[in-house]
Design a protein around this ligand. Sequence first.
Ligand code: P6P
Length: 336
Amino acid sequence: MLKSRNKTLGEFIIENQSSFQYSSGELSKLINAIRLAAKVVNHEVNKAGLIDILGTAGDMNVQGEDQQKLDVLANEKFIQTLKNREIVCGIASEEEDDFISINSNDEQHRNKYVVLIDPLDGSSNIDVNVSVGTIFSIYRRITPEGTPVTLEDFLQPGKNQVAAGYIIYGTSTMLVYTTGDGVNGFTLNPAIGTFYLSHPEMQFPEAGKIYSVNEGNYTHFPQGVKDYIKYCQKEEGDRPYTSRYIGSLVSDFHRNMIKGGIYMYPKSSTATNGKLRLLYECNPMALIAEQANGKASNGHERILDLQPTELHERVPFFCGSKKMVEKAEGFMLKKA
Ligand code: P6P
């Protein structure tokens, strides 16, 4: 991976596409489509307080959550932008009950990639002006080219991803992604609409002092999780750690990758499989974590090895600095 700083995203893709294991042109098209949609969504997110697109769209999404208007807009922008490229044969989204099959113009179903997205993660933060993000996951289809995409193409284990990334709409807008050869972060210069390589070869510190979990659910957590949280809070050695929880996975993950930390969304008596979705939240963030020398598990298994069975299935999620995830797994091994 060329270690060029301040290069534009476009230059970076061209310089490094030879390291992409598939056709280089296809990667460029894929990332360029995501880059374009990210700029459009960024524009809307940044002015959310100014025009009447706040508040819910009135609908409920498949997760049974109020669908905020920006959710709807982000979903539409990413789907439309990806549809316009002749390499995506299917899209799955948190905001869509079922996957969307995209027939190439020649109807030969020659498009090779499926994309799974959480178009606007953390959207409940929109009305209070807190960072939100987009998460994307890319696979090559596994059913024969020339046939319509099927659910099987989406239900692949996370280790099959060819690329994954996120956009964080924060104090600045960044696109962070991997194609399996390290993680690189690009910051948008909104004045000219260009992403610049600002964070080359991002890595999780092996250890950290930040733990991110919704402690309001503490009483519902399994005992092993409770014991790990108490370990983080104990006056001993380099502890107590600092608790930081934004309520936006992309933001908590991004901060922890830079500073060192662990993000946890455990199962609980009220959420028996946790809350986060395996396909378009945990798998892409797990690939990024592992590519950045971090770790991601469901508490006892590697996220990327899990075999999905449903499009919107949820899994418990522990992700971040390797030593912290391993410490948490140790507590859960002792007491489930
Ligand atoms: P809770 C946002 O809805 C999300 O999926 C993640 O981005 C975030 O970390 C989590 O859920 C917040 O959930 O139950 O703590 O409000």
